[in-house]
Write a protein that binds this ligand. Structure first.
Ligand SMILES: Nc1nc2c(ncn2[C@@H]2O[C@H](COP(=O)(O)OP(=O)(O)OP(=O)(O)O)[C@@H](O)[C@H]2O)c(=O)[nH]1
Ligand SMILES: [Mg+2]
Ligand SMILES: [Zn+2]
Length: 347
């Protein structure tokens, strides 16, 4: 049963043969949904926080209620709705009925190779949430160590989903110059960076300032302190916080389900389970080129219009020259090359 502020995250699986299929609104795959089911935004504030096969749990007038789908739509609730979805409700006697889905503004999805299938072409799309307006890429100064490549991949996914990113460096009580230097790269890309410590209580108010008015989500590796941050925001020990295993220095997967918290009127935050890796190999090389914003001023000066800034010679590639001169950060360039190699199936 749902409790006040939680929902289950769930998976939608889909075979993807063409890359562009990924960008489709996931609802279009559900053929049994009548066209008039999806309507434009109205001012109703009924938000889905948890979905199951038969029903959905909805935050409505500061209460959590259970509602069923209107008659005639024979699709399981968890094949239609995502946490964060807005809906139109109808009250029939003592039952709530979901009449309509309000058109989604954003949809956050993560793509990964489906390890249960043999074919290489089969990918699984994991839908995480709908209508997210801000994503907090959460990293730790140490334990687990700060890996900028993870940030780079998340930035690509968020830009593609049209969701504003901020970076939260948690465990800043463990911070050294090294981490500061890594984050300077993202400061220069004009991404807001917040430093927090749930141990010394630094930065929490600043984080709240950024979150206010948003339907936000915390994403990041396991053990970086996402649930701890939410505990601070909620000022109550509501989430399970586990210890980083000393052996592996990797966080244990303490959070197993995404959870939806409303911490202030019109301000919500979703806690998500930590993840180990992010697949961006379904993007095209052109898309990846565009997502590395700092290449923009240089790439037009490359000799070849379709320069991939990869196997071209340094003489012909201005991006490579800018990397050599230290104008473009070397780690970001290496991160780019790894993604490109991944897409070209070279590694
Ligand atoms: N030094 C330090 N440790 C922290 C801080 N915040 C959290 N931790 C510790 O980091 C460990 C992991 O914290 P969690 O909040 O469970 O991390 P999480 O990101 O939710 O992890 P998953 O749920 O597995 O994704 C716990 O042992 C916390 O006590 C901090 O600001 N400084
Ligand atoms: Mg957690
Ligand atoms: Zn080039």
């Amino acid at each position: 049963m749902a409790h006040y502020n939680s929902y289950d995250s769930f998976k939608l699986k889909k075979s993807i043969n063409k890359k562009n299929k990924i960008k489709e609104n996931l609802l279009s795959k559900t053929k049994n949904i009548p066209k008039d089911f999806i309507v434009e935004d109205n001012n109703d504030t009924a938000i889905i926080i948890e979905v199951s096969y038969n029903s959905a749990w909805i935050l409505y007038n500061n209460e959590v209620i259970e509602a069923k789908l209107r008659k005639g739509i024979n699709v399981p609730c968890n094949k239609i709705f995502l946490p964060g979805d807005k809906i139109k409700l109808l009250k029939e006697k003592n039952n709530y009925i979901i009449e309509n889905l309000i058109k989604r503004k954003t949809i956050l999805t993560r793509i990964k190779k489906d390890s249960t299938r043999v074919s290489d072409n089969v990918m699984a799309i994991q839908s995480i949430a709908a209508n997210i307006t801000l994503a907090v890429i959460t990293v730790a100064a140490k334990e687990p160590p700060l890996h900028p490549k993870f940030i780079d991949r998340y930035l690509i996914i968020l830009e593609n989903s049209n969701i504003k990113p901020i970076i939260c460096l948690n465990k800043c009580d463990l911070k050294t110059e090294k981490e500061d230097k890594i984050l300077d790269v993202y400061r220069n890309l004009n991404i807001p960076i917040i430093e927090t410590s749930t141990y010394t209580h630094i930065g929490i108010e600043n984080l709240k300032k950024h979150l206010r008015g948003n339907q936000a989500i915390l994403v990041g590796n396991s053990g970086v302190g996402k649930s701890s941050l939410i505990n601070e925001i909620m000022k109550e020990e509501k989430t399970a916080v586990g210890n980083v295993s000393m052996k592996s220095k990797r966080g244990r997967h303490t959070t197993t389900k995404s959870k939806f918290y409303v911490w202030e009127e019109n301000s919500s935050i979703i806690d998500t389970p930590g993840i180990r890796s992010l697949d961006v190999s379904t993007f095209t090389t052109d898309e990846i080129k565009n997502y590395f914003k700092e290449f923009a001023t240089w790439r037009d000066k490359c000799k070849y219009k379709d320069c991939l800034h990869y196997k071209e010679t340094e003489k012909d590639c201005m991006v490579k020259q800018a990397v050599k001169k230290g104008i473009i950060n070397k780690d970001r360039y290496e991160s780019y090359i790894r993604i490109i190699k991944n897409i070209l199936k070279e590694e």
